[in-house]
Design a binder for this molecule. Sequence first.
Ligand SMILES: CC(C)(COP(=O)(O)OP(=O)(O)OC[C@H]1O[C@@H](n2cnc3c(N)ncnc32)[C@H](O)[C@@H]1OP(=O)(O)O)[C@@H](O)C(=O)NCCC(=O)NCCS
Length: 196
Amino acid sequence: MTKPVTPPLVVRVREASPDDMASVQAIYAYYVARTAASFEEEVPEVAEMERRRAEVVRRGLPYLVAEEAGEVLGFTYAGPWRPRSAYRYTVEDSIYVAPFVQGRGVGRALLGTLIESCAEAGYRRMVAVIGDSANQASIALHRSLGFRQEGVLRGVGLKFGRWVDVVIMHRGLGDDSRPLPDGGSAPPLPRDEDIA
Ligand SMILES: CC(C)(COP(=O)(O)OP(=O)(O)OC[C@H]1O[C@@H](n2cnc3c(N)ncnc32)[C@H](O)[C@@H]1OP(=O)(O)O)[C@@H](O)C(=O)NCCC(=O)NCCS
């Protein structure tokens, strides 16, 4: 018997609203409670997820959901990669797709839109900090959208009694002629071939 083929899902990617956050929290709760994809260990409540969404939006960064037939099937957002000011044009993505629709193109639709949105806003780099070097789905998704693996930090997390790696990947965003998000200008980014 041949394996059934699961067709890709056609989803609408749009900005998240406060009303979406119960669905977003349910998706995220699954991965916090059962996997090392997130290094959080306590499931945050809906109000906390909404507080986080509002903070992303306050910074002018995108917080998106993928919807099909009125159901939220995944979410993604960009946040500052690190707090020190010189990092201000580099963002970090986060992305979670409902477990029952994994592998059907929802992650690709979400992350592709997030990348476009951050590039349009003038950000220069996007970093992925992937929980668990066994997370093949996330590594494949990021690689497929132009991220390059930069390194693996071995055993930097302890979850479920196991030391967990982090895989660092990153990519450039857009071209050098775009104004920065605050309207300023910057020299060209080093090209990948210039980075040893
Ligand atoms: C990682 C995740 C967001 C990917 O989203 P998805 O909807 O499942 O992935 P897609 O169907 O869009 O697939 C994107 C690409 O990854 C590949 N891929 C997806 N799952 C894969 C797997 N388990 N193994 C290998 N490759 C995989 C697909 O073949 C596709 O490649 P292509 O674009 O070259 O055809 C999703 O699986 C998820 O939420 N995982 C759990 C939470 C998580 O790990 N989040 C990321 C935290 S860093």
